[in-house]
Design a protein. Structure first.
Lengths: 486, 291
């Protein structure tokens, strides 16, 4: 009997020792914790979340379940879950523009995460602007998004093309400084008989189309003399979307639709990338994914020939205060933080908040996020200083020349003094839905650019009044980084 | 058990309460919401506006456009489904060779989920990678703007609806055809009635009740079209293909404008009821003649 008791005791002790050794490998130990993350359908972003999940599981022994929804379904799913205060999701990944709608239901980032080397490594445009709402931090950037320009180096460096271009337009063929030059280049390379078209942009309703239009308009409406007045007058909250700067942007966006592949009107960003990687177009604008996909020999016909630059700009920008065009001594580049990069946050109702924030830390660490940024199709673009500084990291996918241009375009755009921030407002979908509808009509020629934008402005003003002008004004000023109005 | 035995209440009331809880209460709640200005995002406290939502909707060109688009899709699609379906059912009833194979093959589209059908259709009509435009290109024809031009997009949606739901009409009409008495046709043969005369004099009138039911079901179902349009065009270009249900979805689940969406749902219900009642009223004299 004594022998049996001793044996049992020894066995229990050995089991306990073994268990403690296993758990010692989990730091912090989240054994038995399963986090559920809401994401858009992969591979974009969902694959990056899975990459982070694998690392977090190795580190903490916790598990992560990534639940995917189509892009158009993500917002309703998250809102439904948040407003009902259910604990369906431990984490939600979303567009920065939705943050104002989600803020009442999100937990604040732990203070200890808001300092240190990894924190300072995040580009200030994200750390100090996009991640902040009314002075508090509720989410963490897990992707950097700014629109840049992509072009085919082989065409642009061809002496015959250069000579022909100069003869026709009177200036050198090079990445455009202005949107007029951008359209000239598109027109020059429009050769349907050879399977080559000028440019590719998204024009499809529900296919990220309005961000492409915003990129055109940013050059004429984001005036440094009157900051934050691109979308609304920051003093009155009157819609600015039908001012002459926006109309000019829309006219050029419509012109761009005519120098693209057949049925470009049905293009979403996915089709833009396919057209660029397929060598069908000479140039394009879009997020950083375009360059990464086009450089990948497995996905692209133009790998090794992918050039990048900042978005074109303008030397004339509409001033919403004086209601006149301001003339600048030289062309100001017009980078636009379209979409602004995916954010990840922890709902207040979540039952595993500590574990959830720990997952965010791993997911967005320089190492894990750096790996995601160079993985084509992860949807993650640079948002840390270390992402753009580490040329060696990018040599896996780019030639040195490509890497230099790509990282230069990303870094210069994010850090440009006049970088335009995307609109972030409560009721975001109500504002952008009417833009999508009227853009569709204008691009299809059913209405004029001015009439389309007048209709948008009318609806924006109506929505602002319905939601409360003072509340919306305060939110808009916060989103644009302006101090509260007394 | 006597008719006035109080025990009957024990059996009846639970069922009545369940019905009230799961069907009548949501309807009443929804009706109440339709009289409120009530948004979930951004959160705005509910405010009574009585018929304000209904008035705004009736003054909203987008609402009338959605009614027009839905009606156009429903009437053209159901008209084609009925004509083609009836013709195919007649052919199958004539015992053509391989009739069984046809019958099974014809049922397949109906068994597929509309979302899956719409996804396949979207690929087929894809401007650059779609086989349809590639085929046209091989014959030297230009690419057609299948989903980017309003008229073409409506045509594509109608084509998909016809493809998917004609088998339902075939199935129902075939079942009807197989119940028709042989002796009437034999008598007609003796009178030297042509096939055309037999169709208009016997088949069509005798199948009128089932035709009325089939068209009615399809018409009501077509008015509820959502997934096909959502996947194929998202309601675009502009709002050219936006149907009533898609409009309600955008308002309800994108903008979370609950009061407005409830009013929209009730207007939808009224519209469907008017169409249904009118349809039955128009058919009643013909159906009564058959009795």
């Amino acid at each position: 009997m004594l022998r049996r008791t001793f044996l049992m005791l020894a066995t229990s002790l050995a089991t306990a020792c073994a268990a403690s050794q296993v758990n010692a490998a989990c730091s912090p130990d989240y054994t038995g914790v399963t986090l559920t993350v809401a994401s858009q359908t992969g591979p974009y972003i969902a694959s990056a979340l899975k990459l982070g999940a694998d690392e977090w599981t190795k580190k903490t022994c916790g598990k992560v379940n990534v639940v995917e929804f189509p892009w158009s379904e993500l917002y309703p799913k998250i809102v439904t879950s948040l407003t009902q205060s259910d604990a369906t999701f431990d984490l939600v990944s979303f567009a920065p523009a939705w943050l104002p709608d989600f803020v009442p239901y999100l937990s604040e980032m732990p203070k200890e995460m808001q300092s240190g080397k990894d924190w300072d490594d995040i580009e200030p445009a994200y750390r100090e602007r996009l991640m902040v709402w009314e002075g508090k931090i509720y989410s963490q950037s897990m992707d950097g998004d700014v629109h840049t320009y992509t072009y085919r180096m082989d065409l642009f460096s061809d002496p015959k093309e250069k000579d022909a271009f100069k003869a026709k337009y009177g200036y050198d063929l090079a990445p455009p400084k202005t949107w007029k030059q951008y359209l000239d280049i598109a027109e020059f390379f429009q050769r349907p008989e050879k399977g080559l078209w000028g440019t590719a942009e998204a024009f499809r309703r529900g296919g990220q189309q309005f961000w492409f239009f915003f990129s055109h308009a940013a050059a004429y409406t984001n005036n440094p003399n009157y900051p934050g007045a691109m979308f609304f007058d920051p003093e009155t909250m009157d819609a600015q979307i039908n001012n002459p700067g926006w109309v000019k942007g829309l006219e050029e966006y419509i012109r761009a639709s005519k120098v693209g592949p057949p049925n470009a009107l049905n293009f979403s960003f996915g089709e833009v990338n396919a057209a660029v990687a397929g060598g069908q177009v000479a140039e394009s604008i879009g997020w950083g994914d375009t360059g990464v996909i086009a450089a990948d020999p497995e996905q692209s016909k133009i790998s090794g020939k992918v050039g990048s630059a900042m978005l074109p700009g303008s030397d004339e920008i509409w001033n919403a205060k004086t209601k006149k065009w301001d003339k600048f001594p030289s062309v100001l580049p017009g980078p636009f933080m379209a979409f602004g990069g995916w954010q990840i946050a922890v709902p207040k109702a979540g039952k595993n908040q500590q574990a959830a924030w720990d997952f965010v830390k791993t997911l967005t660490s320089p190492e894990v996020s750096g790996q995601a940024a160079i993985t084509g199709g992860s949807g993650v673009n640079p948002y840390r200083k270390s992402h753009t500084a580490n040329l060696q990291l990018w040599s896996k996918i780019f030639t040195p020349e490509e890497a230099k241009e790509y990282l230069g375009a990303q870094s210069d755009s994010i850090n440009a003094k006049n970088v335009a921030l995307d609109m972030r407002l409560p009721g975001y979908f109500s504002y952008t839905e009417v833009v999508e509808i009227e853009l569709g009509k204008a691009v299809a020629g059913q209405t004029t650019p001015q009439a389309a934008l007048d209709a948008v402005a009318k609806e924006w003003n109506r929505l602002t009044d319905e939601f409360g002008r003072a509340k919306q004004l305060a939110a808009y000023r916060a989103a644009m980084g302006l101090p509260p109005k007394n | 058990m006597m008719r006035n035995d109080p025990i009957k209440h024990v059996f009846i009331w639970p069922a009545v309460l369940v019905v009230l809880a799961i069907s009548i209460f949501p309807l009443i709640y929804s009706l109440t919401t339709s009289f409120l200005s009530y948004r979930l995002i951004p959160p705005i406290p509910p405010r009574v506006v009585w018929f304000g939502n209904y008035v705004s909707l009736l003054q909203e060109p987008r609402f009338w456009n959605a009614i027009y688009t839905t009606t156009l899709i429903a009437f053209i699609a159901v008209g084609l489904q009925y004509t083609i379906g009836f013709a195919v059912a007649l052919a199958l009833n004539a015992r053509v060779p391989g009739e069984r194979l046809f019958r099974v093959a014809l049922l397949l589209p109906m068994l597929l989920a509309p979302v899956a059908v719409a996804l396949v259709a979207r690929m087929i009509f894809n401007p650059t990678m779609g086989p349809l435009n590639q085929l046209l290109g091989r014959f030297g024809l230009v690419n057609l703007p299948f989903l980017t031009n309003g008229h073409w997009a409506l045509g594509c949606i109608i084509a998909v609806e016809v493809w998917q739901w004609t088998p339902f009409v075939v199935l129902m009409m075939l079942a009807g055809l197989q119940t028709l008495p042989e002796d009437v046709y034999e008598a007609a043969e003796l009178e030297n009635a042509s096939a055309w005369q037999q169709f208009w004099g016997i088949t069509f009138p005798m199948l009128l009740p089932i035709s009325a039911a089939v068209v009615f079901i399809r018409l009501i179902e077509s008015y509820k079209i959502m997934d096909t349009v959502f996947v194929m065009t998202g309601g675009g270009p502009g709002v050219d293909t936006e149907t009533l249900t898609l409009f309600a979805y955008q308002e309800g689940f994108k903008k979370f404008n609950l009061g407005y969406t409830s009013a929209l749902s009730f207007l939808f219900l009224i519209a469907i009821t008017i169409i249904g009642v009118t349809y039955l009223a128009l058919l009643r004299p013909h159906l009564e003649k058959r009795r």
